[in-house]
Design a protein around this ligand. Structure first.
Ligand SMILES: *Cc1c(COP(=O)(O)O)cnc(C)c1O
Length: 420
């Protein structure tokens, strides 16, 4: 029956739940490697680690020849821990941000991390603490994609990047600051809309023509979509690559020498590799509506609550019985917060889902939880962070242990006068 399953990453669900408890993130290494191989046409794949920044995932990327993007000092620190450096061509790590905080400044300076600057101020500041640095410009081409302010990465209401008419000013700033602007970056995310993508590519060619001969690298950014709905089709990577390759060729004609084309996916590489395993702890009715309440909430997976994102949901019977019936249910979590519902649409509209008939104790699996899942989770309601498990060739290994209460409280202090 639809949306019933018995195994995750090749392993029986009840076995995984017994071994690691619930909720737990279960990653399948083979899926990550498959997605990497699909992008191999690109000369450089740079993983946007904020999608899932676990050290083991970063080590897996590095093993597969994937470079990494870091958006904070902490992400640079993570990348360094698994052996990436800021050296090489392409550099192992690039720092992308719209600001330098003091931590990031220290990290970039100490480890000579190339910078992808999203504001003119960063160019001036970089010149002060790291003269001679290589820098690329993140350009806002003046338009974005999509209708959500929370996910739009271009246009006048986006805080990201350098406005497209300020490229000449930035080149001048770079010269004054003593840093070399040698690349351009656009992270717009066209989804599967190739007409829109062609517009982004045209904007990149136009921007490149204003930089001229000093241009050596262009980055297509990330934003490659995955089919969160089972009936959505997969992006045509050949067509996607084709458009960017054509833009790169046009740019090479303009600047008179080869340029390196980078792609910078987060979601595409990891989203589908991971399922969030939960257990149904209560089933109840509210008037006409039936609820499955599970032991993970938006502290564990925030995308539905934050963006109204859709995740496919399956049920695994705890006792191995055949499930043959289904009904409409709402799936919620344990948090004291009405927005703690996995079946909701943008704007917080709660909807029901046609799901297999489950019993308390059965397992409920949220699919495609690998991107912006564990990395966005929190301790809200003082709940422990869920463990992450990586499965390779049928062998599961813990890559992040379940947090402990001691760990959760370790940095809190009670002033002497309030003790006892
Ligand atoms: C988040 C981000 C990405 C990755 O976005 P996805 O939609 O996960 O592919 C790439 N580049 C930058 C600069 C980002 O901030």
């Amino acid at each position: 029956m639809k949306n019933v399953l018995t195994h995750v990453a090749g392993l029986p669900v009840p076995e995984l739940a017994r071994a690691y408890g619930t909720p737990a993130f279960i990653y399948d290494q083979a899926v990550v490697e498959q997605r990497i191989s699909e992008l191999k046409q690109f000369p450089v794949i740079r993983y946007a680690q904020k999608a899932s920044s676990n050290l083991a995932i970063l080590a897996l990327m590095r093993r597969n020849g994937v470079a990494v993007d870091a958006v904070s000092a902490g992400e640079i620190y993570r990348a360094l821990q698994v052996g990436y450096t800021g050296e090489g061509n392409p550099p192992g790590i690039v720092y992308t941000a719209d600001v330098f905080d003091y931590d990031a400044m220290a990290m970039v300076k100490q480890h000579r991390i190339p910078v992808n600057a999203g504001s003119p101020d960063m160019i001036t500041q970089l010149g002060e603490f790291y003269p001679g640095a290589d820098v690329t410009l993140r350009i806002n081409p003046g338009f974005g994609h999509g209708h959500s302010r929370k996910t739009n990465t271009g246009g006048e209401f986006s805080k990201h990047g350098i406005w497209h008419t300020e490229i000449e000013d930035c080149l001048r700033l770079g010269k004054e600051a003593g840093v070399t602007i040698h690349g351009l970056h656009m992270h717009i995310g066209s989804g599967t809309d190739f007409d829109h993508l062609a517009t982004v590519c045209d904007a990149m060619v136009k921007a490149a023509s204003r930089v001229g001969a000093q241009l050596e690298v262009i980055s297509a950014g990330g934003g490659l979509p995955i089919p969160y709905h089972k009936d959505q089709s997969r992006i045509d990577i050949n067509a996607y690559f084709g458009l960017w390759q054509r833009a790169a060729r046009a740019i090479e004609d303009i600047v008179g020498h080869p340029v390196t084309l980078e792609v910078e996916p987060g979601r595409y590489l990891v989203a589908e590799s991971c399922t969030l395993l939960t257990q149904i702890r209560a089933i109840k009715s509210m008037g006409e509506n039936r609820f499955y309440l599970v032991d993970a909430g938006f502290d564990t997976l925030v995308r539905p609550s934050m963006y109204g994102s859709y995740h496919e949901i399956s049920i695994a019977a705890a006792d191995g019985r055949d499930i043959t019936a289904a009904s409409d249910v709402i799936v919620g979590g344990p948090l004291c917060e009405s927005g703690d519902v996995f079946t909701q649409e943008e704007g917080g509209v709660v909807v029901s889902r046609h799901l297999p008939e489950a019993k308390v104790g059965d397992y409920l699996v949220l699919h495609d939880a690998g991107a912006y899942g564990a990395s966005m989770s929190s301790n809200y309601n003082s709940r422990k962070l869920a463990p992450e498990i990586l499965v390779h060739d049928g062998v599961p290994e813990v890559i992040r242990e379940r947090q402990t209460f001691e760990h959760m409280l370790q940095f809190e202090r009670i002033p002497e006068r309030l003790r006892g």
